[in-house]
Design a protein around this ligand. Structure first.
Ligand SMILES: Nc1ncnc2c1ncn2[C@@H]1O[C@H](COP(=O)(O)OP(=O)(O)OP(=O)(O)O)[C@@H](O)[C@H]1O
Length: 455
């Protein structure tokens, strides 16, 4: 591999990992930078154009906060499309790999790594970036195609409840009313928010989505309000924040229910004053935005002022859309299956794959705690792993296991704990951070139990 001006950034909170990978890659790259605090990533990327970033999935400046790597992966891809990001994880899960690729990672390394494997993956990633430089048009579409497809999703389903929701969207979208979307994880709140934007008169302006649950506290203000050059160490140039990026368009505040109270006050201020002040500036900038917000909090929790500022709530819920969980609209399931079967057989080159009607019925009777996202992932996994020309019940392990729809016929605490963990993992389609949060455990404590129960 040519060493001429090749640059790699390695991000991992574990200094030991950093030291050993740095040693391994020093011979391959002319510039190797190790970083143990991911909040420095914005400043490092501003200073240097890295060809490759090797990023740990759970890197965070805080302990046990889970898969923050996904946040940083999106960040890196948003500021530097040409940088190839390779993710590292100590978790050998298909879902994590699929999610990493969907978010734009070019490869994934499972810890503990084999030296030759690590070097060949990084070498390939570097060569891909050179391809981008040489054949920029072709390669650009290679890097951006997966990401763009995510935003094309149409609302699929014909149940009465979904029809009502689509009708509400058509009425409310063209007004500038703020809209609050309520629904369990994976019910399609993001898809609805994009549909609202598409039907609004702002649809030629940006739709900016901010996952409030994923932004580290230390970056909240910089990310949302932007900053001025010199505002803090490392602020090498002015940067506009996400709110200003949405000027003229729609700002989608996802997971608003997870926002700490002091940040809720800042968002309320923006909505009331319709202006923001970047960090380091004393000049307020007017912003013309329409707010669409979403949360998976139940109405009871949301309307409890101990959890959420009620003055903010009444600002964002002019129109409320409550998305029903998938189990309450099983008539939509065959359409969704058909859609994702077509999508994934095409993607994975298995055009002749069908699904038996018995399997469709079984999928309709399942409770889908992770909703459409879980159904979608199950179909994707089945398409990848099935060896026959027709998908059957056996291609969907959750249909054959004694799963969460059944009541546990035991009082053994270990069995109950294992079962509860399985339910949480399914609900969040393997997302350790979300599952741990719902179980009231730290990520580390959940990992210990996964080992204990061999899950
Ligand atoms: N009506 C639908 N038809 C087909 N696919 C859908 C539909 N609604 C959502 N999806 C797909 O389901 C997945 C989850 O959707 P989305 O991210 O919008 O859910 P969400 O409620 O915002 O989830 P979360 O609360 O976890 O952020 C996405 O891949 C999306 O494309």
């Amino acid at each position: 591999m040519s060493q001429k001006e090749s640059k790699i950034l390695i991000v991992d909170s574990d200094e030991g990992v950093l030291a050993s990978i740095t040693r391994l890659l020093k011979g391959m790259f002319s510039h190797v930078k190790a970083c143990s605090n991911p909040s420095q990533i914005p400043f490092l990327l501003e200073k240097t154009a890295y060809d490759v970033v090797l990023l740990d999935m759970s890197c965070s400046e805080r302990k046990n906060v889970g898969l923050h790597g996904f946040y940083w992966l999106s960040y890196i891809k948003s500021v530097s499309q040409k940088t190839a990001v390779v993710m590292m994880t100590d978790n050998n899960e298909v879902d994590i790999a699929i999610q990493a690729f969907k978010n734009g990672a070019v490869d994934l390394i499972i810890k503990p790594w084999k030296v030759d494997k690590l070097q060949s993956v990084i070498g390939d990633a570097y060569r891909a970036t050179q391809l981008v430089k040489n054949e920029s048009l072709k390669a650009k579409s290679f890097f951006s195609s997966i990401a763009n497809k995510r935003f094309d999703q149409k609302i699929i389903g014909q149940s009465q409840s979904l029809k009502k929701i689509v009708h509400t969207i058509h009425l409310a979208a063209p007004t500038d009313a703020n809209i609050l979307i309520l629904g369990e994880n994976g019910t399609g709140k993001g898809v609805i928010a994009r549909e609202i934007h598409r039907y609004s008169h702002r649809n030629t302006a940006p739709f900016i989505s901010v996952d409030l649950g994923a932004i580290p506290d230390s970056l909240f203000e910089a990310e949302l309000f932007g900053y001025q050059k010199g505002a803090f160490t490392g602020a090498a140039q002015n940067r506009i924040g996400r709110i200003q990026e949405a000027d003229g368009g729609t700002l989608f505040l996802d997971e608003i229910g997870n926002l700490p109270t002091h940040f809720q006050a800042k968002i309320l201020n923006v909505i009331e004053l319709r202006e923001i002040t970047p960090i380091g500036s004393n000049q307020a900038v007017p912003v013309n935005i329409r707010i669409v917000a979403a949360t998976n909090l139940s109405k009871n929790l949301l309307f409890d002022q101990a959890n959420f500022r009620q003055d903010l709530l009444y600002r964002i819920n002019t129109v409320e859309i409550a998305l029903p969980p998938l189990r309450e609209r099983p008539e939509d399931i065959p359409l969704i299956i058909d859609h994702y079967l077509k999508t994934y057989t095409k993607k994975y080159h298995r055009p002749t794959l069908t699904i038996s009607s018995e399997t469709i019925q079984a999928l309709q009777s399942f409770s889908w705690p992770g909703n459409i996202r879980e159904l979608q992932h199950s179909i994707e996994r089945a398409v990848i792993l099935s060896e026959s020309s027709q998908l059957s019940i056996n291609d969907f392990p959750l249909l054959t296991e004694n799963n969460m729809t059944s009541t546990l016929d035991t009082l053994n605490l270990n069995d109950i704990e294992k079962h509860t963990i399985e339910v949480a993992l399914r609900k969040y389609t393997g997302n350790i951070t979300h599952a741990a949060r719902e179980l009231g455990l730290s990520r580390a404590a959940l990992y210990r139990r996964l080992d204990k129960y061999a899950l």
